[in-house]
Write a protein that binds this ligand. Structure first.
Ligand SMILES: [Zn+2]
Length: 612
């Protein structure tokens, strides 16, 4: 099962009471950010040579720019643009020149002219905005892509649509022994109702069906699948999961957490081709959103094979840092296996240098680990998935072996345990520069906010979740109360504390569209007009901060800030061109932005130079 964070299916508008409200105007308290426009002066050839050298200086960088010529005409020159470079002074430029996949000039149109030769392609940006490619540092591209290519229920909003999609898929795939897929939301079944086997039996009576929920924490199966797995009224629940049952013990057709495995182990495993097909689907989608680098938040050995296969064929149009999955059934002995995979599967655009530790569950089933009990649930405080003392030892050992640790932590106790573990590692090892980061960060105890900076831990938020939808209003706030709710997704406070914030989508749990995520980070309102009041408005961040979180800061998380993440001479030409300037539009329109062109190392991977 994938690590899926909160059961937060943003694609089920049926859940959203405000879905039909028109987008409201910008709140009066929101001040448009004015950007300081400064232009770089053309760099001398000596500086270019110097930058080309330091571009290869970082030993843990995924892949390094090829040494190219440092003089002569450029391959491509973009002129007349609004180029937001995201360099240290957040400067703007008019022109960018590219040679051999790298940026060789950033500055004024006049300066760029000097690099135009007879074969140089000159592209007039017509004042359009250019940014560095986005880097999504928490995403599940292979699983999400496979799901989208299988029986995909994402985006459907009624039970009738689900059943029709399943029936159609089964009819169009007569040779598939199992009908697999997912993306359903519990909310679609209605209050008190279940994802029942009878519903599936109606449309697929003869073949086994197993469909995972959008959050990955449940599976919906039919009678044939239960029969193949040998699950009946007499089957006990596994230790780490629940078989949903009728009062007489009869399985209903939905399985929770560890119980999914009882059926899943009988389904044919995804082969390499299925995985690479899913990955290809995801890459196309991500490139179209302007994403050129990712951190895959849950990678198994078979996924690494898919990444390497595409990379070796020259089809991996994405830089990838892979988070190897920490198996909670094992202890420190699994370190050896991680080292073997890191050695074997790092190369080209892939680096298997991170270990993912899932420290708690999710709020809505009270498995997120909390410092204080959930309201109205007795003494329930959720479950720390890794015993905190073991977590300290594990993180210390991983850090000593120079792995980056990527935590999943939702509740305030899990977040504290993650920080405590890094603190223990720092005490034992010093700061080895391994750039540990914590994802999700739904509820942070304010006392822990200063610790991110102090411990040099990156706060990896999924900003799309930071508005008051039903998940927050109905499934979260009633169970944690108003005082704690103030500290839900405190992105602004963490940023103000001086800590580094980075962004990821957690696709396919929710959209991978960075513009929707940036809009919520800036407005704390639903990107499609779902809400008309900002949620904890003090936690809004400015547009430049949000852009940095998706570019240079995420590049830092992926240890490639010396070659990506900003538009600077010597870096890869991972660049995107937008249909509007984000600084010139009301924040409520950011989510509507389209990417016209995405370049990876100077090569168009979405759109083409001629279409601008
Ligand atoms: Zn995730």
């Amino acid at each position: 099962m994938r690590d899926r964070a909160p059961a937060k299916n943003r694609r089920a508008p049926g859940r959203l009471r405000f879905a039909k409200l028109a987008r409201t105007s910008t709140p009066a308290t929101f001040h448009k950010v004015t950007a300081m426009r400064t232009f770089r002066t053309p760099l001398a050839a000596a500086s270019l040579a110097f930058l080309a050298v330091i571009g290869t200086g970082c030993s843990d960088t995924a892949s390094e720019p090829q040494a190219g010529t440092t003089s002569g005409p450029a391959d491509v020159v973009f002129t007349n643009g609004s180029i937001y470079t995201v360099d240290a002074s957040r400067s703007w430029a008019e022109a960018v020149a590219i040679r051999d996949g790298r940026i060789v000039y950033v500055g004024s149109d006049a300066g760029a002219n000097a690099l135009v030769g007879p074969d140089t392609r000159v592209v007039d940006l017509d004042r359009r905005m250019m940014l560095p490619g986005f880097q999504d540092v928490h995403i599940h591209p292979i699983g999400g892509g496979m799901e989208a290519r299988a029986c995909d229920l994402n985006g459907l909003t009624t039970l009738e649509e689900y059943l029709e999609a399943i029936e159609t898929y089964a009819r169009e795939h007569p040779d598939e022994e199992w009908i697999l897929g997912g993306g359903w939301s519990m909310a679609v079944f209605g209050p008190g109702a279940n994802a029942s086997k009878e519903l599936l039996d109606r449309v697929v009576p003869d073949r086994p069906v197993m469909l995972t929920s959008a959050d990955g924490h449940s599976a919906w199966v039919n009678s044939r699948a239960l029969e193949i797995a040998g699950i009946d009224a007499g089957t006990p629940d596994p230790e780490d999961g629940i078989i949903d049952r009728a009062p007489d013990g009869e399985p209903l057709g939905s399985l929770q957490e560890g119980a999914i495995g009882l059926v899943a182990r009988h389904a044919p495993p995804a082969d390499l081709e299925t995985r690479t097909d899913g990955l290809r689907y995801a890459i196309d989608m991500l490139n179209a959103y302007g994403i050129t680098s990712i951190q895959d938040a849950h990678v198994e050995e078979e996924d690494l094979a898919a990444y390497r296969a595409l990379d070796q064929r020259g089809e991996l149009d994405l830089r990838v840092v892979a988070s190897l999955w920490w198996d909670r059934e094992q202890g420190l002995e699994q370190l050896e296996g991680f080292e073997r995979l890191r050695d074997r599967d790092t190369g080209g655009r892939v680096r298997a240098s991170t270990v993912k530790i899932m420290q708690d569950g999710v709020m809505e089933n009270f498995t997120a680990a909390m410092l204080e009990p959930y309201l109205g649930q007795g003494d329930t405080r959720g479950i720390p998935m890794v015993e905190p003392e073991l977590l300290k030892r594990a993180v210390t050992a991983l850090d000593a072996a120079d792995f980056q640790v990527h935590f999943h932590a939702i509740g305030d106790a899990a977040i504290r345990q993650a920080l405590d573990a890094v603190e223990a590692a720092r005490a034992a090892n010093g700061n080895r520069g391994n750039r540990h980061h914590v994802s999700h960060l739904e509820l942070i105890d304010p006392a822990d906010i200063p610790r991110f900076r102090k411990l040099d831990v990156v706060a990896n938020f999924q900003p799309l979740w930071a508005f008051a939808d039903d998940y927050i209003e109905e499934l979260t706030m009633p169970f944690i109360g108003p005082e704690r709710s103030r500290w839900l997704y405190p992105i602004g406070s963490v940023h103000a504390s001086g800590a580094m914030i980075a962004f990821g989508s957690d696709w396919s749990v929710s959209t991978a569209n960075p513009f929707e995520e940036i809009e919520v980070a800036v407005t704390r309102m639903g990107p499609k007009g779902e809400t008309n009041e900002p949620f904890v408005p003090d936690e809004r961040i400015t547009l430049p901060v949000a852009i940095a979180a998706f570019t240079i800061n995420s590049a830092w998380v992926n240890s490639q800030e010396d070659v990506t993440g900003s538009i600077e001479v010597g870096k890869y030409a991972d660049l995107i061109v937008l249909d509007r300037n984000l600084f010139d539009i009301p924040p409520g329109e950011i989510s509507e932005t389209r990417v016209l062109l995405t370049l990876l190392e100077g090569k168009p991977v979405h759109g083409d130079l001629g279409s601008l």
